[in-house]
Design a protein around this ligand. Structure first.
Ligand code: DX5
Ligand code: ZN
Length: 230
């Protein structure tokens, strides 16, 4: 039926001592994107990856690096991540003083621009921005940590975002990906896909379930199959 499914394993749950190997393994298992969770111990209570790590993994894969900035302020980091090889840069509207300007900066740096919505962040931030966006990210956990449980209220929010994206496309607007992030597993991805997501971040579900040889083909096939069966 032509449904498009993109899986974006989050390297937050990968083995950081073997990151090059880990991203190569998800690419050869068929992942469409590498999701890079950037946390600053300010916007979120955790500290993770900077542009140097992005730059280090870039030569290991050809698939896009999908950088999720959980940082405040945002703007100064955009050119650094773009230079480090980011293809998509997503940020949280509460973390930027001038959201429209930040979206413009991301595109000026040659990247695709995404806006991320925390569980309690209303979708009205989209009201005047649809033309500026390539991706909408609905957080299905509170940002900061991998391995949390999917918040069921995210399903209705995904459906609402899907409606707005489809309306925008029907009016001649550019395509916008609808990404979900947090607690995505093989046993709920069908319902999440049915709510309208087309791009699925999965950290612990992927890196916590390696094949016997350390690859990730099995879990990626399972996630994709369940998403399509919705
Ligand atoms: C949470 C991060 C997520 C997280 C997902 O703040 O943005 O990308 O790593 O991890 P899981 O899939 O384990 O919930
Ligand atoms: Zn993320």
């Amino acid at each position: 039926m032509g449904a498009r499914i993109r899986i974006a394993p989050s390297i937050l749950s990968a083995d950081f001592a073997r990151l090059g190997e880990e991203v190569r393994a998800i690419e050869s298992a068929g992942a469409e994107l590498v999701h890079v969770d950037v946390m600053d111990n300010h916007y979120v209570p955790n500290l993770t990856i900077g542009p140097l790590v992005c730059q280090a993994i870039r030569p290991h894969v050809a698939i896009p690096l999908d950088v999720h900035l959980m940082v405040e302020p945002v703007d100064a980091l955009i050119p650094l991540f773009a230079a480090a090889g980011a293809d998509i840069i997503t940020f949280h509207p509460e973390a930027s003083r001038h959201v429209d300007r930040t979206l413009g900066m991301i595109r000026e740096c040659g990247c695709r621009a995404g806006l991320a919505f925390n569980p309690a962040t209303p979708l009205f931030w989209l009201d005047h921005l649809m033309d500026r966006l390539d991706l909408v990210l609905i957080m299905s956990v509170n940002p900061g940590f991998g391995g949390q449980s999917f918040l069921p209220a995210s399903l209705a929010k995904l459906a609402e975002a899907r409606m707005r994206i489809d309306q925008h496309a029907a009016g001649g607007g550019q395509p916008i990906w609808l990404q979900v992030d947090g607690g995505v597993k093989a046993d709920n991805i069908g319902r999440i896909a049915a709510a309208g997501a087309d791009t699925f971040v999965a950290g612990s579900a992927v890196f916590g379930a390696p094949d016997e040889d350390g690859g990730y083909g099995g879990i990626l096939r399972r996630l994709r199959r369940q998403a399509l069966e919705r």
